[in-house]
Design a protein around this ligand. Structure first.
Ligand code: PMT
Length: 218
C-alpha cells in the first residue's frame, strides 16, 4: 500500500481544455485531452488526499476516490476552482484558453462575406488568482506548455504568477505534451529543479506527487 502522505490535504486539480463558444455551433478550443491532469488527480487520491478535479470538456472516466466538477469555458473553470477554495494544494494542469470571443452570438454566424475577423478578449488567469488568493494555500503548482524556450518561459511564469512550482512541458511534438499517453517535463521552484524524462503520464503523475510531498514538507 502507498504511504498516505497526503492524508488530510485538500487538493484541487484542473485538467483538460476549455471551449470558448463563438455561436451555438462553433467554439475555440485546444488539443488538451485531460490525461495529465486526470493522472495527477488519481495519484493524489492514492496518497490519501481529498481531491477535487475541475475538468474541461474531455472524455475520460473519473479516477477512483476523486470528486469532479465538469465545466466548459475559462470563466466557468474559474468559478469552479475559486469556489473550491480553501484548499491546501492547487495543481493547474488545464489548458485554459487565453482569449475568448468578446461576444457570443445567439444564432449561427452566417457565411455572408469573404472575410470574418474574430474579436477576442483576455480570459481571467485562474492560476494567478489562486496564487494571489487571501485563502492562502500551502502549495500552488502551475504548468507551462511551450513550443520553444521552455525553461526560460516556465521560470518567467513561476515568478510572474508568484507560484511555488511550475512544471514545464514541450507541446507540439508527437510523443509528449497534448493528447499523448506519455510526456516529459521539468519542474522548477525558487531554488531548485527536477527533470522527469519521457514516461507514461500515469507514472509521471506519481513522481510529480512525490515531489509535491517533498516540497510541502520542505
Ligand atoms: O491534457 P493532456 O492532453 O494530457 O496534455 C497535458 C498538457 C500539455 C495540457 C499539460 O501538461 C499542460 O501543460 N497544461 C497547461 C497548459 C497551458 O495552458 O499552459 P500555459 O503555459 O498556457 O498556462 C500556464 C498556466 O496558467 C497553466 O497552469 C494554466 O492552467 C494556467 N492558466 C492559463 C491561462 C488562464 N487564463 N488561466 C490559467 O489558470
Amino acid at each position: 500500500a502507498l504511504a498516505q502522505t497526503l492524508a488530510g490535504e485538500r487538493v484541487v486539480v484542473s485538467a483538460g481544455p476549455t471551449y470558448e463558444d463563438l455561436d451555438p455551433v462553433r467554439y475555440l478550443g485546444n488539443r488538451s485531452s485531460g490525461k495529465m491532469g486526470f493522472a495527477i488527480a488519481a495519484a493524489a487520491a492514492r496518497r490519501g488526499a481529498e481531491v477535487l478535479l475541475v475538468a474541461g470538456p474531455v472524455s475520460l472516466p473519473t479516477p477512483v476516490g476523486v470528486s469532479r466538477i465538469d465545466v466548459r469555458s475559462a470563466v466557468q473553470m474559474r468559478q469552479a476552482v475559486l469556489g473550491a477554495l480553501p484548499a491546501d494544494i492547487y495543481i493547474g494542469a488545464a489548458a485554459v484558453a487565453d482569449y475568448t470571443p468578446r461576444t457570443q452570438m445567439a444564432n449561427k454566424i452566417k457565411k455572408s462575406s469573404e472575410r470574418l475577423d474574430l474579436d477576442l478578449v483576455r480570459t481571467p488567469d485562474i492560476l494567478a488568482e489562486v496564487a494571489a488568493s487571501e485563502q492562502a494555500l500551502k502549495l500552488v503548482v502551475g504548468f507551462a506548455a511551450e513550443t520553444e524556450n521552455v525553461a526560460e518561459y516556465a521560470r518567467g511564469k513561476l515568478l510572474a504568477k508568484r507560484l511555488d512550482m511550475i512544471v514545464a512541458n514541450r507541446v507540439g511534438i508527437p510523443d509528449g505534451g497534448f493528447e499523448s499517453d506519455r510526456n516529459a517535463m521539468t519542474a522548477y521552484w525558487k531554488d531548485g529543479e527536477r527533470d522527469f524524462s519521457s514516461a507514461p503520464k500515469t507514472e509521471l503523475a506519481d513522481r510529480l506527487v512525490d515531489l509535491i510531498v517533498e516540497r510541502l514538507n520542505a
